[in-house]
Write a protein that binds this ligand. Structure first.
Ligand code: SAH
Length: 346
């Protein structure tokens, strides 16, 4: 299989160009075509000599991330994109329109092996990792389809970023490269279910992104019931890693807490959560759980969500309730992909 050229960082592309005895400015041209202009073939690179394009095409490929379906929410302008990869795998991404700009939620893996009980992405397990180029392809594809600028990226689609660590870091380096899209790292959020070695390593990458930690419960016992990863990394370790992240990067953390009716929305949960994060510079994002067909979890009633928020606020904790977007278009992780796979009888 040919190498995926979109996954190659600028400095490494430079070495390839040098190895072909080509002038240095060719690196900027090719990198610009790939990452600023979103070229999908070498043929598009019209200011690059044909011989050089052919030399590249012999060894490298721009693997397609092709729009397969787009669903647009009738309520809020949210768009759900299903993309087909070169091997026929399907992945999904979401475009969310906010006042402060467009945000895209991308997938980092085909499927997921983390096994969270409320999540649709994990039901059929992990199929494969995405390359950095395939993560970029989701952003480039949506940019092309809408003709709009994307200013924020959240790695909160299907997959666990730290289960695909190297490609995730490469993706962030490529998308923040000013010779490409040049997105600000501060506008990128990486969400993890709590892979402790990943968090610690990531703290040392020198990337000023936001880290979001999926908590969803405040005791190990409760967390194990809904998140199998809790059997590997206890809350003590996870919270230590979060404190380490803050010490190392100085960046405020986000904790995600999906509220499930009768499971983690009790009085004691709010109290436990408040004491768990006390003293940490953080923000809590409450997400009303998005019920999936395969599980019988239900949302907490609106009143319970508000009461939960109030209890946290009384403890001087920064908290917001995530606005639900795209409920009418299979908004939650992995739902659209599952539906289409089923329809196609796969
Ligand atoms: N693997 C990463 C990122 C992907 S999921 C992680 O676990 O953080 C992004 C967020 O959505 C996580 O907090 C996840 O727990 C949550 N989530 C997944 N399915 C959900 C659902 N049906 N309802 C509400 N939140 C969900």
């Amino acid at each position: 299989m040919k190498s995926d050229i979109r996954s190659i960082e600028y400095k490494d592309l430079g070495k390839i160009v040098e190895g072909l005895s080509e002038k240095r400015f060719r690196t900027d041209q090719i990198f610009g075509w790939l990452h600023a202009k979103g070229a999908e073939s070498f043929d598009e690179m019209t200011n690059v000599p044909l011989s050089l394009r052919e030399a590249f095409a012999r060894e490298y490929e721009i693997y397609p991330v092709k729009v397969n379906r787009v669903l647009k929410s009738a309520h809020d302008g949210t768009g759900k994109y299903l993309f087909a990869l070169h091997d026929g795998n399907l992945i999904e991404s979401v475009l969310m329109r906010y006042e402060h700009g467009n945000s895209v939620c991308i997938s980092t893996q085909v499927g997921c092996r983390m096994g969270c009980k409320f999540c649709a992405s994990t039901i059929d397990g992990l199929v494969r990792n995405l390359s950095a180029g395939e993560m970029l392809g989701q952003v480039y594809g949506i940019t092309k389809e809408t003709g709009e600028r994307i200013s924020n990226i959240v790695l909160m689609g299907s997959g666990e970023p730290f289960d695909n660590y190297d490609e995730t870091v490469r993706f962030i380096r490529l998308i923040t490269d000013e010779r490409g899209l040049g997105l600000s790292a501060r506008n990128i959020t990486v969400s993890t279910c709590g892979i402790v070695p990943g968090i610690r390593k990531f703290a040392g990458e020198g990337l000023p992104v936001t880290l979001a930690l999926s908590l969803h419960a405040c005791t190990d016992e409760d967390r194990k019931r809904i998140m199998p990863v809790a059997n590997r990394y206890g809350l003590d370790e996870v919270m230590d890693a979060c404190r380490y992240w803050f010490e190392k990067t100085g960046r405020r953390l986000t904790f995600e807490y999906s509220l499930i009716g009768g499971v983690n929305d009790r009085d004691e949960d709010a109290k436990g959560l408040a004491s768990l994060v006390s003293g940490l510079n953080c923000h809590i994002n409450l997400i009303p759980v998005n019920p999936i067909e395969e599980r019988n979890y239900v949302q907490s009633p609106k009143q319970a969500v508000l009461a939960f928020k109030n209890k946290l606020e009384k403890n001087n904790i920064n908290v917001t309730i995530r606005r639900e977007m795209g409920r009418d278009i299979d908004g939650a992780c992995g739902q659209l992909r599952r539906r289409v796979l089923k329809e196609e009888g796969r």
